[in-house]
Design a protein around this ligand. Structure first.
Ligand code: OAD
Length: 243
């Protein structure tokens, strides 16, 4: 029996599937991943810009990076991997989508109740009054200001060294603990605490399927690894193909 057949069989039996996605699920939409080729922005590692320290030191540079990403995502669209997960929701009794991505492509594809562990690129948060505002779809000036109090706003994403939104985290933990299958798609599984959800689900008794271009640290806990492009593998997996 092929790995795809075994994975399809697990999916067909599952009552609650928790899907956990990373940047690889959006790679085929033309959005560069963080750690792969093409991950640099103007020769810089994005991880050096996605920090509170970088924003304090040079908010203009950090906003330039985020405005570039916002424009890239606005031009992009969901790919067959995102669409397969929408289809999956109609085929299993319960589906939870947990993502580390900030691009909202799962929602644009039609997934509902997506748990965004790292926030999203559409919203901004005031550095003074902390008001959160959805500024999706509008180009922002180089140093955007708060509509409520006029202070500088920042992207409402989680940066390195910051805590994840507590309600979202608790919901994600609860989802992987009650799932009988955790489907891990397109994440290098090295950024914690998000990556820890895979082992948490495993310990709670879920089977784990990994879909990635290559094995990752999540491959250890995974029962089945399907290696290739998510946009090619997920539609076949969801359709129940067996070879
Ligand atoms: P990474 O860039 O670390 O990993 C992307 C993964 O996707 C790699 O394992 C690739 O092999 C895989 N991949 C690439 N293209 C793929 C494709 N077409 N199909 C399937 N897999 C593919 O991205 P994340 O794991 O999401 O955090 O990174 C985690 C976090 O680190 C991000 O949320 C972000 C980043 O810094 C914050 O900004 C807090």
């Amino acid at each position: 029996m092929s790995d795809l057949s075994r994975a399809s069989a697990l999916l067909a039996r599952a009552g609650h599937v928790a899907v956990m996605t990373g940047a690889g699920v959006s790679a085929e939409s033309g959005i560069p991943t963080f750690r792969g080729p093409g991950g640099l922005w103007r020769g810089r590692d994005p991880m050096t810009l996605a920090t509170p320290e970088a924003f304090a030191a040079d908010p203009g540079l950090v906003w330039e990076f985020y405005n570039w990403r916002r424009a890239l995502v606005a031009r992009a669209g969901p790919n067959p991997a995102h669409l397969a997960l929408v289809e999956l929701a109609s085929r299993v009794p319960r589906l939870s989508v947990i993502t580390q991505n900030v691009d909202r492509l799962h929602q644009r594809a039609g997934s509902r109740d997506v748990l965004e562990l790292h926030g999203n690129l559409g919203e901004v948060r005031c550095t003074r009054c902390r008001a959160v505002d959805d500024r999706w779809g509008e180009p922002l000036p180089p140093l955007p200001r708060c509509d409520a109090c006029g202070a500088l706003v920042r992207p409402a994403v989680v940066w390195f060294g910051e805590s994840l939104p507590r309600d979202v985290w608790l919901a994600a933990e609860s989802a992987v603990c009650s799932a009988d299958l955790v489907l891990v798609v397109g994440t290098s599984a090295v950024v914690y605490p998000a990556a820890g959800l895979i082992a948490t689900g495993r310990r709670a008794g879920a089977a784990v399927i990994e879909v990635n271009l290559e094995p990752t640290p999540a491959s250890g806990p995974a029962d089945i690894g399907l290696y290739g492009k998510a946009g090619e593998i997920l539609p076949r997996l969801v359709a129940g193909e067996s070879t």
